[in-house]
Design a protein around this ligand. Sequence first.
Ligand code: FAD
Length: 516
Amino acid sequence: MSDTPTPLPDEVDVVVVGSGGAALTGAYTAAAHGLRVLVIEKTPYVGGTSAYSGSGLWLPGNDVLRRAGVDDSVEDGLVYLRATVGDRTPAELQEAYVRTGPELVAFLEKAPEIEFQVLPFPDYFEAEGRAKPMGRGICPVPLAGADLGVRLDLLRPTVAADQFGLDVPRDELVGGQALIGRLLLALEATGNAEVRTSSPLGSLVTTDGRVTGVRVGDQEVRARAGVLLAAGGYECDPARRREHHGLPGAAWTSAAPGSNTGDALAAAVSVGAAVDLLDEAWWCPATLFPNGHAVFTLGLSGGIFVGPDGKRFANESLPYDRMGHRMRTVMAEHGPDTPFWWIFDSRTESVPGICSPAPDAAEFRAAGLWHSAATPEELATALGVPADALRATVDRFNGFARGGTDEDFHRGEDDYDRFFAAGDGPNPALVPLEQGELHAVRIVLGDLGSKGGARIDASGQVLAQDGSPIGGLYAAGNSAASVAGHVYPAPGTPLGSGMVFAYRAATAMTSVHQPA
Ligand SMILES: Cc1cc2nc3c(=O)[nH]c(=O)nc-3n(C[C@H](O)[C@H](O)[C@H](O)COP(=O)(O)OP(=O)(O)OC[C@H]3O[C@@H](n4cnc5c(N)ncnc54)[C@H](O)[C@@H]3O)c2cc1C
């Protein structure tokens, strides 16, 4: 692996664009089958948003789940996926995703560097009784930072370190750090791959309508078997955000700054690719920080969300993408700059949810992102929302908390709602707003990456406008239109599906191009 300006190779079997979970899975698969692989990464770091992630992978019926005694099957997973996604995406893609999951896990675990464990986290929908209260997710076993040696400096740091400059120890790598670290080690052990950072894809090279290579700066690299676009989405591109998401600027994404600017999408379109789902993203509520970054926030154990009218608009315990869609609905009515507030009382020292890093109250107050007051009316004045509405909202919610039933949004009625619930009343997801001061922290609509991109077939091959495959071109991860359509079916769908289609793409390239 190198970050030096030495020339790229003239020719390899496979060029992989990007270095997140999808890219490195595709690279490893091809390299393990004996193909020569070049990974090109735009930034000085390897890992993309995948390195920030929790690395949960939704892959029903796999061996890791079976070893741990989780009662699951591919068939159940498929029923669940079909019930949540519907016919918004092709049935053969949904089948390919779910049916390939166990094979992918078994293949990856053959590498001594890769090992998974169960990651308990509930599914996001009640779907035909097939949801699992503890989910069907897995994640990599933590990895000692020292195992990466000098490569550690090239691994994109955690969000807290990368976007907030915090000193996060790297003795033990967990989540996305372990995922990328393990894939890198496995890739290197094949002896068939080169990873080049600070090497952005410029454009694709075509010969007689087939993609035969890439241009990086003034260099051209031929790809005998094909090119895999796995360069994330366009969530960091202000123009596409405005056009496709109706959001001003690039605000606000949890992706690595400047990294995913839709380069893969542009490259695919330039050779005639069909695209889909450009209006979508993996949405989430995000806490807006004084430095302008917004941090993925989940796992509320207390508090309520209110919109600009001082009223609740959703079950605050909803899975994050479902909450994000509700926020979009409110924004459609009130405009893209709609202020959302997370209101909680003083029973916790910080926000009662998972936000990494945790907000610093003093800094937030100075930036106008955190307000506190003795009464709902005073808080409403500070927030600029109607005082009588906020008072009525708080009183009504406290009544629900005392009675144990959220008559407006049914919070606390399913497994996901109760997973993070911490209240001691009749409904643990309903914590009354009654202790000490009330607080309001600014929430915005964030995302974990965009979700639209090149349309692909079940082999991950990019499709042209007429539905025919474009020779030599494959896409996976957030560079491809997601198999999940308009929903986020379960924890680990982005990475799980991205890695499956990268694996399928690399397998397809291997089968048409035997190594010399
Ligand atoms: C805090 C957090 C937690 C999350 N947890 C989970 C989870 O547990 N499970 C899950 O499934 N999802 C999770 N997600 C979402 C998930 O991380 C992303 O959707 C996923 O990582 C996207 O993977 P990718 O491989 O498509 O792109 P990325 O991982 O973003 O990688 C894309 C890479 O391509 C590079 N690139 C861009 N343009 C070019 C170019 N022109 N040339 C070369 N390289 C280029 C980028 O620099 C980047 O390194 C989480 C996200 C966040 C922020």
